[in-house]
Write a new protein. Structure first.
Lengths: 634, 333, 303
């Protein structure tokens, strides 16, 4: 095939070589100097509607808007999990004991990207618009439900009354992790439109951040941002001039073309490339680097963790024995090796084990995990999970120098995971009357066939797609008749919200505890968010189908506690214990985010040993990256 | 008079086919296990990082169902849909990118898909038929078998593999073309047009290679069959040269079914759009369709499939109407 | 484009061979020519091989981590192992078997439906024919790929692998039916049909005994081509993840090889093996069908 291709192509190629000049080097293909441009693979591939830039409706968020375009009252420092003021001048003043009334000051001298002043009038106008068109705008309900009333005090001060007591006003009006539920719009652009704001496209958008849109592709493959000359008057609260003049977001296509283009130094930062491709790319281009120089190589500090969510309301999954059997039958070591070449960090608790969460939740619960017993006194926890994994990887020919040793094993691969013990799993199933049938598969308690519906993402999340198929394989070998269904993201969402369709699903949306405020994902565990097991109505946010009354009580009690107090955090640990001891969800691992960088044109990217911010290009951390990177002069 | 009746009947059939096709189109996406409202709410939730209250979500759901026109029973929705399409060719708004109208999204993508695929199809057809004719006319010679073998080799290679291999060879091993082209936007200039053409060459070459094989094989088969016809044998006895026999006798007669095939394949270019656009990052309707299918964006799917059905049905109509002009045998009947 | 192959299948466009008189089918010896011999040999070897070899498989090839990952080709693993720890050779053997089974299933279905519909429409004519042709034309008009994308998201994983086959049948029979019907049309007016009718045969008898033999030659060629079409279509669906990818097929191997980026990581055997297998299988099918065609043409010449 290849031979044929070549002989056919040579004459054509010769002709093309002489007639076209293919310039590579000095300038990018959008006409900016390469040495001043940082090129980033987009988070979501291609956007189907790049000219939708009105943040009051759904819009093309992944084209740099989150990190370069908008600014929030309070942003989040991704290295520490702490909020910091951005548009706001300091933190809000709480005006009453019920925690429902707040006074916010904004900084003076902030300008929109078209040079107009940003002030409280813009904020009041945005509130007005959101409330006036709340039934027509599709991205305002977060604010219209949180806020009850608002009032301008002066050009740089306003007050807000919330509908219910709010202890995390800063993160709900600002940013939690990366999530930015609400954006301010420029009054001078939107007001003249009158009722047409509901269909207004707003392209190119007038923004608040230090960068402005220079050009964007109406076909959705790329968008180019340029540093504002008045960057020091932008919404970003920065003193130092960003080093990058242009940021060029582009979708480089399928993983095949991406990997090749990355090796050819055509761009600087990738996202979600699979471990195999990164390994091959590193071998071909020494400038390509992973987050960490040693195993498991990638960034494991995402706010969420991957887990198997279980329909706890549906037989036979309503029995803790069945859920524990699934966890013990799962060979996570093998899954991690088959799906991710062993590059992952296991986490037995229902959250990600990061430098921020570890001292709060993981470390205090470590001895509890070791002592945990289930059934007839069986101890399911395996503290040696990491050490075993190191051994297996070494046996498979991984270079010892690349593998962690000593304390680094726990830092790299986690504190441990559940034992892989299919025999114990079988015992637990037998204890509730589920034995293997003639076909070698476990049956329901009444002896009828049991097919486990296991929903996993399709190729829109390659890592989970692989992990899912490997888990299914692992279960099948232990005697579970699993039907692994890879689905599109639309169907994934539908399964997530529909009890009748859901049995087992790989998911992450209820295990996103980023810092001491565990409410972000666990406040959704409450009785109102439970629907009947066979319901076809859309479930709200309790996607893990938690029905444990003890947890509901803790959640409601914690709503009126000051966040971050010992009592509050202890409540979070208690929820984690309940979720774990009854195996209400099978947490697997931190999200292994692969963000390889190419240091041909830029250096000093955030890395494990240079952790000035999270390495993500779609979080606020990217604001730090564009300021801290250094040009190589190439 | 007979001709008029024929045309009227054929046109009636055309309309009937369109009607049934559109009705099936309406039903199919609704069988999908995706609720577009859920999809959108999921997006908003993740953007708000789970901070949305249950009430906020209920409010959003209510709004979206109203805005998307998903209220009311299936029959009402069907009547609305037919009315909109027949009278104003309007497919409503996209769900995923509300309030963007579907027709606007499709119209932006269509010229890209059509220009690339139509050109490539015509080139593959022309080249393939020429090679096939030579292979078929001289089918007793060894060299002809080699030509045919090229066809056999190219035809079964899965398109995806062929495309990735071409990409690997011509953009990586011999970097003649960009791996992932950037198509210029804004005011068009000759330079930009040149860049678009240059960037389209790689997908174009792949499409030609993929379509080439089939054309060789079918033309070869037709030419072999035609070569056996008595009038070709008669021409040889009459002393006509090889060239005359090949072009005037065999080619003209073998071409007729190939013209039908070309017309039909022009109507079906949408089938080939998806993979090409995925692999070569080429903006077009295939990618729009794929995104719509994954997100349950019914309206966009309706729009794309409807346009495709109209294209194929129209191509069929045109062939049937033109065929008598091309083939004297049918005209006389 | 694999998808288009059916709509414009090379052999169906070839002028229909004039079927031999009924009765000549008693002896098949006249059929044999070199092309046919080679084609049939390839098919027999691949067919028998892929059905018999699985009985000797050392392990279920679709189970992950059976062996070490990414082993090179050796005596123990003729084509090495893949990134999932599966033996590529055995996976391929099962894949050829499953792809062939799917192809034959679809071909049987399409042939039965297309021949029945086409023959009855062509022979009975009138209002019945117009109605049937309306349905046929509608099915031809509906674009296959978008429909399969939609149906794919509906069916994948939900049901067995052979459901994919049924869906291909539903959207694949119409073209053949159209061809069969046009052949039946031309036969309808022939003298011997009238003879049969006058001698008291009913419609079904006439269709089966008198018309079918004429269509038989085409049916055989069409059958083989449909096998090819189905295998290719399943492969395309698998590559974009719409088939049941845990079942070994020629398409699912390619799906996994691409998923683990075999081309870029230099794991060529994983990707090249199924392609060579598909090309060989295609060659066998193609030679067989053109061989039959040639045999029929030869026969005509002899007469």
């Amino acid at each position: 095939m290849a031979r044929h291709g070549r002989t056919w192509m040579l004459p054509i190629m010769g002709a093309l070589m002489t007639t076209t000049v293919f310039a590579q080097g000095a300038m990018t293909d959008v006409g900016t100097p390469r040495s001043e441009t940082m090129i980033v693979q987009t988070f979501d591939g291609r956007s189907s509607n790049p000219s939708a830039q009105n943040p009051l409706n759904s819009y093309a968020i992944w084209r740099g808007f989150r990190e370069l375009g908008w600014a929030a009252l309070w942003e989040m420092d991704t290295a520490t999990g702490e909020s910091y003021p951005e548009l706001a001048d300091g933190f809000p003043e709480v005006l009453n004991d019920e925690h429902t009334k707040f006074r916010v000051k904004i900084r003076e001298g902030i300008k929109w990207s078209d040079g107009e002043d940003f002030n409280v009038d813009d904020i009041i106008f945005t509130f007005d618009t959101a409330f006036k068109y709340r039934d027509k705008l599709t991205n305002v309900s977060a604010i219209t439900r949180l806020v009850d009333s608002y009032e301008k005090i002066d050009d740089h001060t306003f007050e807000v009354t919330t509908a219910t007591p709010v202890y995390d006003f800063v993160t709900r009006m600002g940013v939690y992790t990366w999530g930015m539920p609400f954006n301010w719009v420029p009054q001078h652009v939107f007001e003249p439109l009158g009722d047409e704001v509901v269909t207004f496209q707003n392209a190119p958008a007038v923004t608040l951040g230090a960068y402005k849109i220079k050009e964007f592709d109406p076909n959705g493959f790329w968008q180019l941002w340029e540093l504002r000359e008045d960057w020091d008057e932008s919404g970003w609260n920065i003193d130092e001039e960003p080093a990058v003049k242009y940021v060029y977001y582009k979708d480089f296509g399928t993983e095949e073309t991406r990997a090749l283009a990355f090796v050819q130094n055509q761009y600087d930062v990738d996202t979600f490339m699979s471990p195999d491709s990164i390994e091959a790319a590193k071998a071909r281009n020494p400038n390509i680097e992973t987050f960490s120089a040693t195993f498991p190589y990638h960034d494991m500090n995402d706010a969420c963790s991957y887990g198997i969510y279980i329909n706890n309301q549906k037989a036979p999954y309503d029995m803790p024995e069945v859920r524990w059997a699934l966890a013990l039958a799962l060979d996570l070591e093998q899954v991690g090796i088959s799906a991710m070449s062993g590059q992952f960090k296991a986490s037995p608790l229902p959250l990600a084990d990061t430098p921020i969460t570890n001292p709060l939740y993981v470390e205090p619960l470590e001895s509890w995990l070791e002592e945990l017993t289930i059934g007839d006194g069986y101890k399911p926890f395996n503290t040696d999970f990491g050490a075993d994994l190191v051994e297996t990887l070494a046996a498979q020919g991984v270079d010892q120098a690349q593998l962690p040793s000593g304390d680094a094993v726990e830092a790299g691969f986690g504190i441990g995971w559940w034992k892989h013990d299919p025999e114990q799993a079988a015992k637990m199933l037998e204890s509730v009357g589920m034995a293997k049938g003639a076909d070698g598969f476990f049956t329901m308690p009444d002896g009828s066939p049991w097919v486990l519906e296991f929903v996993i993402p399709g190729d829109w999340n390659k890592v989970l797609q692989r992990v899912g198929f490997s888990i299914a394989d692992s279960w099948r070998q232990a005697g579970f008749n699993v039907n692994a269904r890879q689905v599109d993201n639309g169907e994934f969402g539908t399964v997530q919200t529909t009890n009748a369709r859901m049995e087992l699903q790989i998911n992450w949306s209820n295990s996103c505890t980023y810092n001491a405020n565990w409410q972000n994902s666990w406040r959704n565990f409450r009785a109102d968010n439970v629907l009947p097991a066979d319901s076809n109505d859309a479930l709200v946010q309790n996607y893990a189908r938690i029905v444990d009354e003890r947890i509901f009580d803790i959640v409601s009690e914690s709503a009126s506690l000051e966040i971050g107090t010992e009592e509050f955090v202890e409540n979070g640990r208690q929820i984690a214990k309940y979720l774990t001891e009854d195996m209400q969800m099978i947490n697997l691992m931190n999200i292994p985010t692969t963000i390889p960088t190419n240091s041909t044109y830029w250096t000093n990217f955030p890395k494990q040993d240079n952790f000035y911010a999270a390495p993500y290009t779609w979080w606020s951390s990217f604001k730090k990256t564009v300021t801290n990177v250094e040009p190589t002069g190439q | 008079m007979g001709a008029l009746v024929y045309i009227a009947k054929r046109f009636g059939l055309y309309l009937a086919v369109l009607f049934i096709g559109l009705s099936i189109t309406f039903l199919l996406p609704r069988l999908m296990p995706i609720n577009p409202v859920d999809g959108y709410i999921g997006q908003i939730q993740s953007r708000a990082n789970g901070a949305l209250s249950a009430e906020a979500i209920a409010e959003l759901r209510e709004n979206l169902e109203n805005l998307y026109g998903l209220k009311g029973n299936l029959f009402t929705q069907y009547v609305d849909y037919m009315k909109r399409i027949v009278f104003s060719f309007d497919f409503g708004p996209s769900f995923t990118y509300f309030p963007q109208p579907v027709s606007q999204m499709l119209m932006a993508a269509l010229p890209w898909t059509l220009s690339l695929l139509l050109t490539a199809t015509v080139i593959a057809w022309t080249l393939g038929n020429l090679v096939g004719l030579v292979a078929g006319y001289f089918h007793k010679k060894k060299a002809a078998s080699i030509l045919e073998f090229v066809g056999i080799l190219l035809y079964p290679i899965p398109y995806y593999i062929l495309a990735v291999t071409v990409l690997l060879l011509l953009a990586y091993v011999f970097p003649v073309f960009p791996l992932s082209a950037t198509f210029p936007v804004g005011q068009m200039s000759w330079e930009k047009v040149g860049m678009i053409i240059y960037n389209s060459l790689l997908p174009g070459i792949t499409l030609v290679l993929a379509g080439f094989g089939w054309n060789i094989l079918s033309m070869k088969a037709l030419a072999v069959a035609t070569t056996e016809e008595p009038y070709v044998i008669y021409a040889r006895l009459k002393g006509a040269s090889n060239w005359t026999r090949m072009t005037r006798y065999v080619f003209r007669n073998a071409l007729l079914p190939q013209v039908t095939a070309l017309a039909l394949s022009l109507g079906m270019v949408f089938n080939g759009a998806l993979l090409t656009e995925m692999i070569f990052s080429y903006p077009g309707i295939g990618l729009v369709m794929r995104a719509a299918a994954t997100g349950g964006d019914y309206n966009v799917l309706y729009g794309a499939i409807t346009i495709s059905i109209i294209a194929v049905a129209t191509a069929g109509l045109v062939i049937d109407l033109l065929y008598p002009l091309l083939d004297p045998r049918i005209r006389h009947k | 484009m694999t998808i288009d192959s059916k709509e414009m299948d090379p052999v169906t466009l070839v002028e229909t061979p004039q079927a031999a008189e009924p009765g000549l089918f008693k002896s098949f010896l006249w059929l044999i020519n070199p092309r046919l011999a080679v084609g049939l040999t390839i098919l027999t070897v691949m067919g028998l091989g892929s059905f018999i070899l699985p009985l000797f498989a050392p392990a279920d090839p679709s189970v992950q981590a059976t062996y070490m990952r990414n082993l090179p080709a050796s005596g123990a693993h003729w084509l090495g192992t893949n990134a999932l720890g599966q033996d590529i050779f055995w996976f391929l053997v099962f894949a050829i078997r499953n792809s062939l089974m799917l192809g034959v299933l679809v071909a049987v279905g399409v042939t039965i439906v297309a021949t029945t519909v086409g023959l009855s429409a062509g022979y009975i004519g009138g209002r019945f024919e117009r109605l049937v042709m309306l349905i046929v034309d509608t099915f031809i008009t509906i674009p296959l790929l978008p429909i399969l994308i939609i149906l794919g998201s509906l069916i994948r994983g939900n049901t067995s692998f052979f459901t994919v086959g049924f869906i291909i049948i539903i959207f694949g029979w119409a073209w053949d039916a159209r061809t069969v019907r046009s052949m039946a049309l031309s036969i309808r007016e022939r003298e011997f049909i009238n003879m049969a009718r006058f001698s008291g045969a009913n419609t079904a008898q006439v269709i089966i005994r008198e018309v079918f033999p004429y269509v038989m030659a085409y049916t055989l060629v069409g059958f083989i081509n449909t096998i090819l079409f189905a295998i290719n279509l399943e492969a395309t669906l698998a590559v974009i993840g719409l088939s049941k990818v845990e079942v070994p097929t020629l398409g699912s191997i390619i799906f996994w090889a691409l998923n683990y980026n075999a081309l870029f990581t230099g794991h060529f055997l994983w990707l090249v093996a199924p392609i060579i297998a598909s090309v060989t299988l295609f060659l066998g099918l193609f030679l067989t069908s053109t061989g039959f065609n040639a045999a029929f043409a030869e026969r005509r010449g002899v007469q």
